[in-house]
Design a protein around this ligand. Structure first.
Ligand SMILES: [Zn+2]
Length: 438
């Protein structure tokens, strides 16, 4: 028996693979299952989706002799989700239980649209149910700080999944007023929310009253700066877990276990490849590149080799928890969420996140890079509580100086503005650089 609780997704995967209870899932049984599901998915979309029929035309029927053969198929792109979503639909409109429309903030591009059937939503519920067993026990109470007002929205699905394990899920919704959310958290032993919003709650006066009561926190929808997670842990003495997923994965995709060494993937439903972003060439396990997703069990709108735009790497070797499922290393964010400094230098947002969220009192920030005298100037607006200490700006400057990309690159520190107003985001919980305008 491992000293660390094994991820409940290990036993879940064994059941999904149809293995007898006496048999453990392993690389061979998973590979055989995934190859079978990939073949089914490819044949299914060629039969039911006008888009994929055309997209995959010319490929032999038995194109998938082995898992690596998947690389012979063309990619599906975000652009395809904008322009051809109806052609990607494999069921009648009457069989669609939920449509999710995703607008890209600040652009006039057509929205991405994704369709899910009842069976698709059921696979998400099942993953949420067994994934949440990592951190909550029957009889527990979870405050859900995610959108949940609409049927089949993420918060609604999570609450229903929790009910399957006799856990009460209370949907609060995204945090507009951290003090009100904190009051609502009384009686909960687990919180699920967006990193900066949960941090704002943890930094409220009186937040430490819930110390010992809140035993676990699951952070999701955006990159989780480790400095931020440590501050949340420090307030409540809780264990912080992380979830990775996107609408395209059917919301859930992976969750870490008590070993906290990567996300155990939802491998019965999702197949991941990692490719070199520029060439699209497959990369070996352990190397970082763009995550490419193929759905294995989706019926309304399966995705074949979808370029997620997220950076990541698959972790080689077994997890210390003893659980077998492929693991994804912490996802450092979107390929697009990096400022191009020229000469091949990139400043990824996560690097700033790690430096800045370590500053006590900082709740959130916005960064913009401006051209100035042939170089770049980094302007920051920092959000902090009203009673913030007078040295905050100096501490932010100090933290910035630690970021090696800043000290090596041609970036001058610009003005640091302190704001006490929480800004409203676009509702997705995703943070990004404001602009690279000159
Ligand atoms: Zn594990």
């Amino acid at each position: 028996m491992s000293a660390i609780d094994r991820t409940p997704l290990h036993a879940w995967l064994g059941r999904k693979l149809g293995l007898p209870a006496s048999s453990e899932p392993g690389p061979e049984s998973l590979a055989a299952y995934q190859l079978d599901k990939l073949r089914h998915t490819v044949s299914y979309v060629r039969q039911h989706s006008p888009f994929y029929r055309k997209h995959l035309a010319g490929l032999p029927v038995d194109v998938l002799g082995s898992l690596p053969d998947l690389a012979r198929l063309p990619f599906t792109t975000e652009q395809d989700l904008r322009e051809h979503h109806l052609g990607m639909l494999c069921v009648s409109q009457g069989q669609v239980a939920r449509v999710v429309t995703l607008n890209t903030s600040g652009t006039t591009a057509a929205p991405k649209r994704l369709y899910f059937s009842d069976a698709d939503l059921e696979t998400t519920l099942d993953f949420f149910h067994h994934g949440m067993a990592t951190m909550v026990q029957p009889g527990g109470r979870v405050l859900i700080l995610l959108p949940g007002a609409t049927p089949d929205s993420v918060g609604d699905l999570l609450a229903r999944a929790l009910a399957r394990m006799q856990v009460t899920g209370v949907v609060h919704g995204p945090v507009g007023d951290p003090q009100a959310a904190l009051e609502h958290a009384e009686g909960a032993d687990c919180l699920v929310g967006i990193p900066v919003q949960v941090l704002a709650m943890a930094e409220q006066p009186g937040a430490d009253k819930l110390r010992g009561a809140i035993k676990s926190v699951l952070l999701t929808t955006d990159y989780v700066p480790q400095a931020l997670a440590r501050r949340v842990e420090a307030t409540w003495g809780c264990e912080v877990f992380e979830h990775y997923g996107m609408t395209e994965t059917g919301l859930g995709a992976g969750v870490d276990c008590r070993a906290h060494q990567g996300y155990h993937l939802r491998a019965a439903d999702l197949y991941y490849e990692v490719v070199e972003p520029a060439s699209g060439a497959p990369l070996p396990p352990g190397e970082e590149g763009e995550l490419v997703l193929t759905t294995l069990t989706r019926s309304a709108m399966p995705l074949v080799r979808y370029r997620t735009g997220d950076l990541g790497r698959l972790l080689p070797g077994p997890c210390p928890c003893g659980g077998f499922t492929p693991r994804l290393d912490r996802v450092p964010g979107r390929l697009s969420n990096r400022l191009n400094l020229g000469k091949g230098d990139l400043l990824p947002m996560w690097l700033l996140d790690e430096a800045l969220f370590a500053v006590p009192g900082l709740l959130d920030y916005r960064a913009a890079l401006r051209l100035q005298d042939g170089g770049y100037c980094l302007e920051l607006t920092v959000q902090a509580a009203e009673d913030v200490h007078p040295t905050l700006a100096a501490e932010v400057e100090e933290a910035l100086a630690e970021v090696s990309a800043l000290t090596h690159g041609d970036i001058a520190p610009g003005p640091i503005e302190i704001s006490h107003q929480a800004w409203s985001d676009d509702g997705t919980g995703k943070r990004s650089f404001l602009s690279t305008a000159g």
